[in-house]
Unconditional design. Structure first.
Length: 299
């Protein structure tokens, strides 16, 4: 049979759209750059051997899609490539349903819908998607298949053990593969690990401690720590400059370079230890006075 040149169906876009990784950090004092992880291309499911027809196969995928990332996009890519001619509908649960059955999200429902609309694989976004798919929903949207990873997804609504139990039993389920190493929970954990650094960065950008939900004491503590970190960096830079000068002096007087460096290091370390101890004692006294002030103010 001769394959005809057929126009692909027009992609639906919502005209009423309303909305127009930094290195992993472990502490204020040190930034750790981990080697980049290489994500190999995710093999798409083998396309079904079928003739190209004018009518596309309507595939439905759903989820929460909070902090939309490339793991989400890769799963949607697989769903889009299930058939030679696929029309991909993507359902996204609203805030009320999501908070009831899964928990609080970072992004609002409007932000999550808008993120999906900008994914190249998505033909149509279905807002207010149901937590569990039923026959009525399938008929309403003329869904041929539902795509998701094959692991049972616990149904906290109480309708069953797996939210995809119905479509699996009906033979309308198509499996996609998850991308290891990336998830919304992983992204949130990275932010929490570098919490102090992110707070300081946003304070420097003009956010107030109230905007960030940080107490007065916590803000002062972070600023003191940041000041000590900057001072350490300056001392280190001065130490490197001094090392170069000592090397030149050692050459001039004929003394071995290692003797000069050893003495210089001893002097600098002694200074830093004395300075850090003094700063620590000063900060402890300041926090004690602050606590005493709040105690008097509220008793």
């Amino acid at each position: 049979m001769v394959r005809r040149n057929l126009k692909r169906p027009a992609i639906k876009r919502n005209a009423s759209s309303q909305l127009d990784q930094e290195p992993l950090q472990h502490s204020c004092a040190e930034t750790v750059y981990e080697p980049p992880v290489r994500f190999e291309p995710h093999p798409s499911p083998d396309p079904v051997k079928s003739e190209w027809t004018e009518k596309p196969v309507r595939v439905y995928a759903d989820g929460i899609y909070d902090l939309f990332h490339f793991g989400h996009a890769r799963s949607l890519e697989q769903a889009k490539k299930l058939f030679p001619n696929t029309y991909l509908l993507v359902g996204c649960c609203n805030d009320e349903v999501t908070h009831r059955y899964k928990g609080k999200t970072v992004m609002t429902e409007a932000e999550r819908y808008e993120s999906l609309r900008h994914c190249r694989w998505v033909d149509e976004v279905v807002p207010d998607a149901p937590w569990v798919i039923n026959q009525e929903f399938i008929d309403k949207h003329h869904i041929d298949y539902v795509a998701h990873d094959a692991l049972p997804y616990a149904d906290t609504s109480g309708a069953g053990k797996d939210v995809y139990e119905f479509v699996k039993s009906a033979g309308k389920f198509k499996e996609t593969k998850r991308t290891n190493g990336i998830s919304t929970s992983d992204v949130i954990m990275r932010i929490l690990k570098g919490y102090n650094d992110y707070v300081m960065r946003n304070l420097d950008r003009g956010y107030t401690r109230k905007d960030l939900g940080v107490s007065y004491v916590k803000e002062k503590q972070l600023r003191v720590n940041m000041g000590i970190t900057k001072l350490r960096q300056k001392v280190k830079e001065q130490q490197e400059k001094m090392g170069k000068k000592l090397h030149n002096v050692a050459k001039t007087v004929g003394m071995h370079h290692s003797e000069w460096v050893e003495n210089a290091d001893r002097w600098v370390v002694g200074f830093l230890e004395t300075f850090e101890e003094g700063c620590h004692m000063m900060m402890v006294k300041f926090l004690l006075k602050l606590d005493h002030h709040f105690y008097l103010a509220y008793t």
